[in-house]
Design a protein around this ligand. Structure first.
Ligand code: ZN
Length: 205
């Protein structure tokens, strides 16, 4: 029998990895009710020589925390919510492939932006591919929930849905500089291609 045994499947935080009679808890573990449990996502390593168990993290991902500012793009759009693929966490590039959830209903709790402004029809507030900035408000059930209500949150950049052209903010709309199409969005106060470029520049540095 080899002295080290590593699990092939990753264990999750809270998962029991050994009992205290068999092993001593090592790195990334804690003891709870006679059981050694994992404190991290990683591979369980049993050291039979030292009688210890530890959890080795492989490229530990930076998990978003409450209050973190996320930047990502809309990957899926539903009637009341949307899924956002996270690209940056607090201006640092994230390659972990997290998705966050945001409500598409805006305006109920301030931000000075209201969805109900008369009877305009055919409005589109978000589209797949829009680049959004939001703040993490909940991590309930391991789901990252963000809000885009405040004025610095919302769409930071979108290309034209009609022709793929560059857009500029005009009042609370985005206007394509190629074909002139105007669409409503929930824009950030610093909307524009330059803002997104700057995030890419800082985040990838
Ligand atoms: Zn266009």
């Amino acid at each position: 029998m080899s002295k080290l045994k590593q699990s092939s499947d990753p264990v999750l935080p809270g998962e029991s990895v050994a009992s205290i009679e068999e092993f001593e808890g090592g790195k990334n573990t804690y003891i709870d009710n006679g059981l050694i449990r994992s404190a991290a996502v990683g591979h369980k390593v049993l050291d039979f020589k030292r009688r210890t168990v530890r959890i080795e993290q492989k490229n530990p991902p930076i998990l978003p925390k409450l209050g973190d500012i996320l930047v990502g793009y809309v990957e899926m759009l539903f009637s009341s919510m949307m899924s956002i693929r996270v690209l940056y966490i607090n201006d640092t590039k994230s390659t972990s492939g997290f998705s966050a959830i945001s409500s598409v209903k805006i305006g109920s709790s301030g931000g000075g932006w209201s969805r109900d402004r008369g009877d305009r029809r055919g409005r589109t507030i978000f589209r797949v591919g829009d680049i959004l900035r939001g703040r993490v408000v909940s991590l309930l059930n391991s789901t990252i929930h963000i809000t885009i209500e405040e004025k610095e949150f919302g769409v930071i950049y979108a290309t034209c849905f009609n022709c793929g052209g560059d857009t500029v903010p005009v009042n609370k709309n985005v206007k394509c500089i190629e074909c002139g199409v105007v669409e409503e969005r929930k824009l950030t106060s610093d909307y524009g291609k330059e803002t997104f470029r700057l995030i890419q520049k800082t985040g990838n540095a």
